[in-house]
Design a protein around this ligand. Structure first.
Ligand SMILES: Nc1ncnc2c1ncn2[C@@H]1O[C@H](COP(=O)(O)OP(=O)(O)OP(=O)(O)O)[C@@H](O)[C@H]1O
Ligand SMILES: [Mg+2]
Length: 301
């Protein structure tokens, strides 16, 4: 028997695709903050993301009359017409992240003197709040209504590590933005946001790494790569991006490794942050994600 799914079932399935684990929530909220032009993004995670995920930014905020709308599926300020899809200049564009997060948690959002609270996708409360610059989103009881998903979460250390990796990636890609990550009350990461990529790399990977990095400033690509005296036993310290959007690309990866051929032993990898600049119309954002989440089929092959 073929039946069209009731909306709450369809929503839960769609939410599962966006929000796999606490780190997905961190990624979506941080991307929203960056899209809002934030110069400061503070992330707090408690209980490996099951307790609290809080992201505060100083971006443009959400107009009060659109706050409830922002949590509806396919509600976005970033795409209006079909043609817009051909040249996406923002990290988000699907208009589904907030709806998906709200479907599987309790969400509080404060922005521009208004606030809203949703639980399992349903509106709980809406009203005025003390005006704050930017936007604060708090996510509690993640996967509380989807026990199967909760069961699949890994250890606290692994989930915290994944959230940390999301923030580290954006911190080195956007040295112009001040990032702070606090895990269970402990400051895990803080960058200055002064546009100094070497300093951002130092904050993320340590001063020794920062010292051994060489700047890359060429037509269409910028970033930093390590001197051959510095290497890693895995690719974990390689961040590749197109228009400051992290990407998974075997070809880019291969090109980088070719450049070190004969300089690094087998099984050793450089530390690198490479951000390619391409006209937005030449990028298919649907296949560009580097996190194994939405659109993880490798792009730019
Ligand atoms: N931190 C924020 N500051 C300002 N506006 C925000 C913020 N977070 C969300 N918004 C607004 O809410 C809308 C919905 O956000 P949501 O993340 O659900 O969709 P999106 O970013 O447009 O697309 P995607 O689903 O691909 O992330 C955004 O288009 C944006 O207008
Ligand atoms: Mg978004």
């Amino acid at each position: 028997m073929i039946r069209q799914l009731p909306p709450e079932v369809a929503d839960a399935i769609a939410a599962g695709e966006v929000v796999e684990r606490p780190a997905s929530v961190v990624k979506e909220l941080v991307e929203n903050s960056l899209d809002a032009g934030a110069r400061r993004v503070s992330i707090e995670v408690r209980g490996a993301g099951r307790g609290l995920i809080r992201v505060a930014d100083d971006g443009e905020g959400i107009p009060t009359d659109q706050l409830a709308l922002a949590f509806l599926r396919h509600a976005t300020s970033k795409v209006q017409r079909l043609e817009d899809l051909a040249a996406i200049g923002t990290l988000g564009f699907r208009g589904e992240a907030l709806a998906s997060i709200a479907a599987v948690s309790e969400v509080d959002c404060r922005t521009r003197g208004a606030q809203i609270r949703l639980r399992a996708g349903a509106l709980v409360d809406e009203g005025a709040a003390a005006p704050t610059p930017g936007t604060v989103i708090e996510v509690r009881d993640l996967f509380g209504n989807t026990p199967a998903r909760l069961k699949f979460l890994k250890s606290d250390a692994t989930e915290n590590g994944a959230a940390n990796q999301v923030v580290r990636t954006y911190a080195v890609l956007r040295p112009d933005v001040r990032f702070e990550l606090v895990l269970d009350g402990r400051r895990a990461l803080a960058t200055a946001g002064d546009a100094d990529r070497r300093a951002a790399l130092g904050a993320v990977l340590g001063a020794q790494v920062a010292e051994a990095m060489l700047p890359v400033e060429a037509e269409g690509v910028r970033g930093m790569v390590s001197e051959p005296r510095l290497s890693r036993g895995s690719r974990e310290a390689i961040v590749l991006a197109v228009n400051s959007r992290p990407v998974a690309s075997h070809r880019l990866q291969h090109a980088l490794e070719q450049a070190y051929l004969g300089r690094l032993e087998r099984g050793r990898y450089p530390v690198a942050v490479l951000d390619l600049t391409l006209p937005a119309a030449e990028v298919d954002v649907n296949v560009a994600a580097a996190d194994g989440g939405r659109g993880s089929r490798a792009a730019y092959q």
